[in-house]
Design a protein around this ligand. Structure first.
Ligand SMILES: Nc1nc2c(ncn2[C@@H]2O[C@H](COP(=O)(O)OP(=O)(O)OP(=O)(O)O)[C@@H](O)[C@H]2O)c(=O)[nH]1
Length: 526
């Protein structure tokens, strides 16, 4: 199928067809260009058809060149390096051993043919690195005729490590190689390049051409015999198969396909080469270097994006970690708060319990547990207090002492439990009959005492009679039995009978004794 016209590409080699350009033939013949939609025409080079000139003139869109493409770029030509096929330059000087030339120093005063003449940065830098001024060497433009070296017309000839040594070995000529790499000059070579306009106007085509070319190179390095067959059959190569095989083998140590991704370019090395051009006095400025090395990655974000994104990421991270910290603290606070609330509730409950217990204890402290009336301790307290107030305010206080009659017999007849019921029944009666201000107490055993403030003796007597009658009239139930019991009462009144608590109790006790002695179930006053 016919490729679109804009995808017809003229590709310029820098020399005659040979294995040196194996990758391009592979890309074409194996259909890698076609797969990318590219129709590629490969043009052999010659002294009159040089790659830089062809690309700058627009006769070729892509080409392969040596370090001269960097030189031209630094001189302002809009060239862009797409891929460095040779990691090290094969370009060396070869001299006949019988010329006595063994090192760069031996070139002083000698005739040296250079392909790029006085513009060859490799060799100029090599000389300068050795402290040799290029003017000390008789540099001649290359005749491209190797016989000039063999015949002794020149002393050193710019050759390719991949090529000329094969002839010399074939003809059994002893030779010396002067390699710029031995003098700290290490240039890329066989560089695929294009124009700035092509990179700008057809970025996808640049990617596609570069991709297919490098695929071709990988194929060629893996299948050299197949490419040699192709060269011999289809490209009219004048070299012999052996020569092409020599070339293929020599190229491996320059392309390093097993070590380096074919086409790899390190911007630092291009920078280093640019430094060499400045040092050699071939260019004055490196300003034009920017943009020369093609970046095969898709258009990258502007330089500020990564730091800004990183900054944003860091900021987000910081915010998240601070937020996380606060969430954790908050969670902890909430749980502490819940624990506090729980503890507080427990405390409140405990306090209520304590308060209830306290109240209970207080009541127990002043109450008799069997009858629920006040106990003797409380009586002592309240009698003193009531007397003091009575003295102060000038009113009477009566004391009634009550004792159950023949209570021992109740216990003995019906049992202690039944006796308790009777005690409780009397307690209930006294409690019910008590007026505001009366203090009914269980004095101990079967004895009860009532403190009756503001009650004169006769009034006290009337009331005591009511209690006695009421009690004698009632029966106490205990299970199936009904117990009838009576009580005796002794009365004493302040201030008539006594003026102290002890005196009043003693007076009431004496009156009670009289009531008992008088037959029981009666009230006596002191
Ligand atoms: N069930 C019971 N009996 C008690 C309690 N306290 C004292 N008593 C008994 O009360 C009785 C008192 O008996 P006494 O002092 O001999 O007098 P009495 O039998 O009541 O005879 P008089 O007082 O002379 O009428 C004793 O048998 C005591 O054991 C009590 O809390 N419960």
């Amino acid at each position: 199928d016919q490729a679109a016209p804009e995808s017809v590409i003229d590709f310029q080699l820098r020399w005659h067809h040979q294995f040196q350009f194996a990758g391009y033939y592979a890309a074409l013949e194996k259909g890698f260009y076609r797969e990318e939609g590219l129709e590629v025409r490969i043009h052999a080079g010659s002294p009159g058809r040089q790659p830089v000139k062809e690309v700058l003139a627009g006769r070729a869109q892509y080409a392969e060149g040596n370090s001269e493409i960097l030189h031209q770029r630094l001189l302002g030509q809009p060239l862009v390096a797409l891929a460095a096929i040779f990691q090290h330059s094969p370009s060396v000087l070869i001299a006949r051993r019988d010329s006595g030339i063994a090192s760069a120093h031996d070139l002083i005063g000698k005739r040296v043919m250079l392909m790029d003449g006085n513009a060859d940065a490799d060799f100029l830098t090599m000389l300068l690195n050795e402290g040799i001024s290029p003017s000390q060497v008789n540099i001649l433009p290359s005749s491209y005729d190797f016989n000039d070296l063999l015949s002794g017309k020149v002393d050193a000839f710019n050759s390719y490590l991949t090529n000329e040594p094969f002839y010399l070995r074939q003809q059994q000529v002893d030779f010396t190689v002067i390699d710029p790499r031995s003098y700290r000059v290490d240039f890329y070579s066989d560089v695929l390049f294009t124009s700035e306009a092509e990179v700008r106007d057809n970025p996808a085509r640049v990617q596609a051409f570069r991709r297919a070319t490098l695929k071709g190179w990988r194929y060629a390095m893996e299948h050299p015999a197949e490419i040699i067959d192709l060269l011999l059959a289809k490209y009219g190569v004048s070299k012999s198969r052996e020569h092409l095989e020599f070339e293929a083998a020599a190229m491996r140590s320059l392309i390093l396909p097993d070590l380096i991704e074919i086409g790899h370019m390190n911007p630092g090395r291009w920078q280093h080469m640019a430094d060499a051009f400045i040092k050699a006095g071939l260019v004055k400025s490196q300003a034009a270097l920017a943009g020369f090395v093609y970046d095969p990655r898709p258009p990258a974000a502007p330089a500020w994006v990564v730091p800004v994104l990183l900054g944003a990421l860091l900021a987000v991270g910081a915010v998240l970690s601070v937020a996380g910290y606060f969430i954790r603290v908050n969670r902890r606070l909430l749980s502490v708060d819940a624990q506090l609330r729980e503890a507080n509730e427990r405390l409140v409950a405990n306090l209520a319990e304590i308060s209830a217990l306290h109240k209970q204890l207080q009541e127990q402290a002043v109450h008799d547990p069997l009858t629920g009336l006040y106990n003797r301790r409380y009586l002592d307290e309240v009698l003193e207090r009531e007397l003091a107030r009575a003295v102060r305010e000038g009113y009477p206080v009566s004391v009634a002492m009550i004792d159950l009659d023949h209570f021992k017999a109740v216990n003995d007849t019906y049992g202690h439990k039944a006796g308790d019921r009777v005690l409780q029944a009397l307690g209930r009666l006294l409690h019910e009959q008590a007026r505001e201000g009366d203090v009914p107490c269980r004095f101990g055993g079967e004895e009860f005492v009532l403190v009756l403030p503001r009650m004169a003796g006769d009034n006290a007597r009337r009331r005591a009679e009511q209690w006695r009658e009421a009690f004698a009239a009632q029966a106490t139930r205990h299970g199936e039995i009904e117990i009838h019991c009576t009580m005796s009462v002794g009365l004493a009144t302040y201030p008539g009978d006594a003026t102290s608590a002890e005196g009043l109790l003693a007076g009431a006790d004496r009156a009670l004794y009289r009531a008992k002695a008088g037959g029981r179930n009666r009230v006596e006053a002191a």
